[in-house]
Write a protein of this length. Structure first.
Length: 144
């Protein structure tokens, strides 16, 4: 029996170390990304205060923000949709005994990829502003 207790405590320690290592790796700066601000939420409730806190954090750290959500399994937790509605993406999730760890990342630059139609091909052509469409010799006009 003591062996099982020892093994389970080693597993918890390994899981906790894994989560802490993942947080450190995600927050650290690298060649292609700046260092992130870290916001830790422990047993947070899904209410207006949390929404205001997330919104303020996104405005203060638009380049890169990481949220580490830690919840007990038996309690209520903030649904992922709350984070998605602010433009976060889930990058890591794990459970260790009675605790759930989730990492979300926010980057304003990756908030929304521009759609294909949002480019100069589909907008007005300034070179054609002077051309009268009713004029018979307008360049590019097809005569029938």
């Amino acid at each position: 029996m003591p062996q099982d207790t020892k093994n389970s405590s080693l597993e918890v320690s390994a899981a906790a170390a894994s989560v802490a290592e993942r947080v450190t790796d995600l927050v650290s700066a690298s060649d292609d990304q700046p260092e992130a601000e870290l916001l830790t939420l422990e047993n947070a409730r899904d209410d207006d205060a949390l929404a205001q806190r997330l919104g303020n954090a996104c405005r203060r750290s638009p380049t890169r923000l990481v949220v580490w959500q830690q919840d007990h399994e038996d309690g209520d937790h903030v649904p992922a949709e709350r984070f998605f509605s602010f433009g976060f993406r889930r990058v890591f999730e794990c459970r260790e005994q009675d605790c759930r760890h989730v990492l979300y990342e926010y980057r304003l630059s990756a908030y929304k990829d521009p759609p294909d139609w949002l480019n100069a091909r589909f907008w007005a052509h300034p070179e054609r502003f002077d051309i009268d469409p009713d004029e018979p010799d307008a360049p590019g006009e097809v005569h029938s």
